[in-house]
Design a protein around this ligand. Structure first.
Ligand SMILES: [Zn+2]
Length: 204
């Protein structure tokens, strides 16, 4: 698998996932990195099939138009997204990019349209749901601490420790992590009851 984390402008991460055999590719969160994404796609001779958005915030979707115009890629987002995507997805849906399988995990909490992308049961792209050492804010419109608890504790925390974590922003001590490491060291993932978590998230 060709897998590349891109951080060109600001602290947003974009990702390119591609099947090296078929050359089919997907971008996750175009963000402010379209110029670098375009360069890599052209360099590697990739065919961009999807631009997948982990949620609709503009810092994650900023490069969408450029990528769709240049490559004719389809915009993919959760069915509750305000983006009017070409392809709407929901919990459990699977996309294929060549021989690579991308499973959709619906993770609201930061927004109502938040999704994580589980790539070949090995790499988890977490958008603004989970960062290295932190979790997403729940105080923006559409944010909800109860949903965030469900996403973090009933979905992400239950994945295998070996699963690699690739967040939507460079907020942590390093650019990527694993579920096991985050369970140990991420203060937002420490065991809490739902009520304790809601109180914790509302702390200033
Ligand atoms: Zn966001």
């Amino acid at each position: 698998m060709f897998f590349k984390q891109i951080q060109q402008h600001g602290d947003n991460f974009s990702y390119i996932i591609a099947d090296e055999g078929t050359k089919e590719a997907a971008v996750v969160d175009s963000s402010y990195n379209a110029d670098e994404i375009i360069r890599i796609i052209k360099n590697q001779n990739l065919q961009l099939k999807y631009v997948i958005n982990t949620h609709g915030h503009s810092d994650h979707t900023a490069g969408n138009t450029e990528l769709t115009i240049i490559f004719g890629a389809k915009i993919v987002a959760h069915k509750k997204s305000i983006l009017h995507p070409d392809l709407s997805v929901d919990e459990g849906d699977e996309l294929n990019v060549g021989k690579i399988f991308i499973k959709i995990i619906y993770t609201p909490g930061h927004t109502t349209d938040g999704i994580c992308l589980f790539v070949d049961h090995q790499k988890l792209l977490t958008g603004d749901t989970l960062f290295v050492g932190e979790c997403g804010r729940t105080d923006f419109p559409g944010g909800n601490s109860k949903s965030m608890y469900d996403s973090l504790f009933n979905k992400l925390r239950k994945l295998d420790d070996e699963v690699e974590v690739y967040p939507g922003h460079d907020y942590g001590a390093k650019a990527s992590s694993t579920i096991g490491e985050e369970k140990k060291s991420n203060y937002t993932l420490q065991p809490r009851s739902l009520n304790d978590f809601i109180e914790f998230m509302n702390q200033p």
